[in-house]
Ligand binder design. Structure first.
Ligand code: ZN
Length: 425
């Protein structure tokens, strides 16, 4: 086994027996390019969608790859590992969602990091797994648990000489689309937890929904267009369910249409599949050539891209930016440097050929798919109470503060690794 030069190698002596090597290859003290290798297993292998995109550091040659969920920052460059011909494990919805997002990113990137052949090999090496059913991977007993983040998302428990729990991205409360994460985990010695929202608490869901629905209804009643940018996977369907619940009819545009059709095939992964079906049926899909037509009357339009970096959302904004009656209602976190961030904080948007000042309103409603500060802390407490001795915090700008909090408030060992760090336990 050859390792690249690590930043540091730490040796941790614990009651746990055996020698297990954990290497963090990406997604440390940042959001994006998640990848952790444990023994010969790789957990996630994503890309950071920056410009240019960033990839995980080189690590082991994995015999098996486990994908927690179908977001590109977790699966985006998994096809790059095909030289090692590993078997790949994920849930059925993750397989389909990864498939369409990877194909889309291959088309968007000027130089795709992997070939079509590698993508096909990635697909044919994939084995579908169910929540709660253990699989044996190179001597590890690996079990997936619902993570409540997007449809098919999983936290992964691995048992061998030591027991490791990797939360992946996790949501610890019900939403209209998904059930809260299942946290009935077996014995855990080492916890690897995301920290996206450490230090930030979410507004109660009900209040957030009410404010959002009121803004949409007001905009349409006053004769404007409510442009609702939403991520294709999960957020689009969640927003449609909220608006449908309040009797607001909507148009739907972009990749979210295709994702909706996929999700209908997996009712067991949805909180209330009947309501989803109803909301999808009532929304009106917009065809590519018909976009201009729906701008003649006031309307609500749910559309990709969620951070306004392309997609039909930009078409609508290009027609409406001077219309004071219309509003952009962002439905998620906006990464710095994206159009969504620039629209929200500076009232300016880049339409490709030109940059314009927005006269239309811009508001943000953070329907987050991640646990907040309070929920993250509660989860660590619970896993520590049932015997965990070491916690690694990853996937977040505030990972370091989170691990300091764990050390001082819970009193167990905690680290916020840097990309490249190796821990031998
Ligand atoms: Zn995610």
């Amino acid at each position: 086994m050859i390792f690249p030069t690590p930043k540091y190698i730490y040796y941790i002596i614990k009651k746990v027996s055996g020698v297990t090597t954990i290497q963090f290859l990406g997604g440390c003290r940042e959001v994006g390019r998640s990848a952790v290798s444990i023994g010969s297993l790789m957990l996630d292998y994503g890309m950071k969608p920056s410009d240019p995109p960033e990839f995980p550091l080189n690590g082991i040659s994995p015999s098996h790859v486990v994908i927690s969920h179908g977001h590109l920052d977790h699966v985006g460059v998994a096809p790059n590992l095909m030289d090692y011909d590993p078997l790949i494990y994920m849930t059925s919805p993750t397989r389909e969602l990864s498939g369409i997002l990877l194909k889309d990113s291959m088309n968007l990137l000027e130089t795709p990091p992997y070939s079509k052949k590698e993508f096909r090999q990635f697909e044919s090496n994939t084995i579908e797994v169910n929540y709660g059913v253990p699989e044996t991977l190179d001597g590890w007993e690996v079990t997936f648990y619902n993570a409540g983040h997007i449809p098919g998302s999983a936290s992964v428990h691995m048992a061998k000489d030591i027991n490791v729990l990797y939360t992946g991205d996790i949501k610890l409360e019900d939403t209209r689309l998904l059930k809260s994460a299942d946290t009935d985990y077996p014995e855990t010695d080492v916890l690897i937890i995301e920290s996206t929202y450490y230090g930030v608490n979410h507004q109660p869901r009900e209040k957030l929904e009410e404010a959002f629905v009121e803004a949409v209804a007001d905009t349409v009643e006053c004769g404007g267009h409510a442009i609702i940018p939403a991520f294709a996977v999960g957020r689009t369907q969640e927003v449609l369910m909220i608006l449908d619940r309040y009797g607001i009819s909507t148009y739907i545009d972009g990749m979210g249409k295709e994702v909706g059709k996929i999700l209908e095939k997996y009712p067991e992964y949805i909180n209330n599949s009947k309501r989803l079906k109803k909301a999808l049926k009532r929304s009106i899909p917009v065809e590519r050539g018909k976009r201009e037509n729906i701008l003649t009357e006031p309307a609500a339009i749910v559309t990709t891209a969620g951070m306004l970096n392309g997609g039909p959302a930009l078409f609508y904004v290009s027609r409406l930016y001077n219309d004071e009656k219309s509003r952009i209602l962002l439905t998620g976190y906006q990464v710095e440097g994206t159009n969504g961030d620039s629209a929200l904080n500076r009232g300016v948007i880049n339409l490709g050929m030109r940059t314009v000042n927005l006269k239309m309103g811009v508001e943000q409603y953070d329907f987050s798919a991640h646990a907040d500060d309070r929920q993250l802390k509660e989860l660590v407490k619970r896993v520590a109470d049932s015997g965990a001795e070491i916690v690694f915090t990853v996937h977040g700008e505030e990972s370091k503060s989170f691990s300091e909090w764990i050390r001082s408030e819970i009193g167990i060992e905690s680290y916020s690794p840097r990309n490249g760090d190796i821990f031998v336990i």
